[in-house]
Write a protein that binds this ligand. Structure first.
Ligand code: MG
Length: 385
């Protein structure tokens, strides 16, 4: 595997000193972003780089060795911070890339903190490393999107760093590469100022690795340059192997299972989708209840009340859901008074579109009864007479 690379670092537009450190030599590439007052940050990042470089001199043959190398850097910084009170509490992030010897063209990526290693392949940019930061945890939980994380006010809080504790958990990934791949290591000064889409665009515009690193820093400074920015660009110059995805090689199972940002975004979209689904369902159910309520209260029909008088009921026979019929108009017509056809109408609950229609019908019934009575009376009278 042949590598071409370039690297650049810049203090930025705001800071007074550069606490980043890097190395780009042979088959080992490192970016470290130091933190801690009184220039201790730059001590920590420089210690990380020098410790790892000297430790790698005898060669790196497997991922566990690479992890150990980062842990050695942790020990060196932690010890130094205990020895000198001016450097108490200093720490640094680190992201590092090393070629993994073997038949397959592979690289190892180690990561602690929020400096990143990306791979750019066929115009597509993907992160290999996973940030150890407060906002990444929010992203993992689906609370914010990766895009929101980029401008979050707490984006600079890292949840892991070298030099803070006696031991540190290190992520190591192995990644199969192919000719044309471009690997980019950077400090958060780049990603805070430049979106992944913009980084990808700039990468595509520069075929030379050194020019690419410098161009990325220029964009970060143009966009504000509020932090130190460091970029290392490594091009896989010749190999004919097939591409494969990231293969995490890590004894930290939890980390292996960490959801990559893209998937997290997907998860969030599903959450929003479910919310919409349930909202729609509630609206539909409420709509059905309202429609049933309107239907249940809209009709009128005839029936007998408990004391056998005819009444107009509002609603539907037997009720609809919890909308029971109620008496709309009472009469003093008894079942015994009714002609057989009207009696049948009441018994079969004759329906009406409105209350007035029902009342009109009943007044006609009363007239019929009255008329039949008045015609009967003379007859009776006549009979009696
Ligand atoms: Mg920084």
């Amino acid at each position: 595997m042949r590598l071409k690379f370039g690297a650049a670092t810049d203090v930025g537009m705001v800071r007074q000193s550069n606490e980043d450190a890097f190395s780009a030599e042979g088959e080992l590439f490192i970016v470290a972003d130091g933190m801690g007052g009184h220039n201790a940050g730059e001590v920590a990042s420089a210690l990380a780089v020098t410790t790892m470089k000297s430790g790698a001199r005898s060669g790196l043959t497997e991922p566990s060795q690479f992890r150990e190398l980062v842990q050695q850097a942790n020990t060196a910084i932690y010890t130094a911070s205990l020895d000198d009170s001016a450097q108490a509490g200093m720490g640094t992030t680190v992201t590092a890339l090393a070629v993994l010897p073997g038949e397959e063209p592979r690289v190892m990526v180690a990561n602690v903190g929020d400096s990143r290693t990306y791979v750019w392949r066929n115009g597509r940019l993907d992160r290999i490393s996973i940030d150890h930061s407060y906002v990444q945890e929010l992203v993992n939980e689906g609370i914010i999107t990766p895009e929101e994380a980029r401008t979050h006010p707490r984006r600079n809080i890292v949840t892991r760093a070298l030099g803070i504790d006696r031991s540190v958990q290190v992520d190591v990934f192995t990644y199969e590469v192919r000719t044309g791949d471009r690997l980019v290591l950077c400090s958060d000064g780049l990603v805070d100022e430049v979106s992944d889409a913009e980084i990808s665009k700039v990468i595509g515009q520069h075929s030379n690795a050194q020019e690419c690193a410098e161009a990325l820093i220029m964009v970060a400074n143009t966009n504000g340059g509020r932090d130190n920015t460091t970029v290392v660009v490594v091009d896989i110059a010749d190999d004919i192997s097939e591409p494969v995805a990231v293969i995490p090689d890590n004894d930290d199972t939890q980390q292996i299972e960490s959801v990559p940002p893209v998937l997290v975004k997907e998860k969030r979209r599903i959450t929003v989708g479910m919310t919409l689904f349930w909202s729609a369902l509630v609206i539909i159910v409420l709509g059905v209840v309202v429609i049933m309520g309107v239907y249940g209260r809209s009709g009128y029909y005839l029936d007998f009340t408990g004391d056998d008088t005819v009444a107009v009921y509002r609603g539907r026979v037997g009720g609809v859901l919890w909308f029971d019929p109620t008496i709309d108009t009472e009469t003093d017509l008894k079942g015994d008074d009714l002609p057989p056809d009207i009696l049948r109408d009441v018994m079969t609950n004759r329906e009406f579109a409105s209350s007035s229609q029902a009342r009109k019908f009943l007044s006609l019934v009363q007239q019929v009864i009255l008329n039949s009575t008045t015609t009967t009376v003379p007859t009776t009278t006549t009979t009696v007479g």
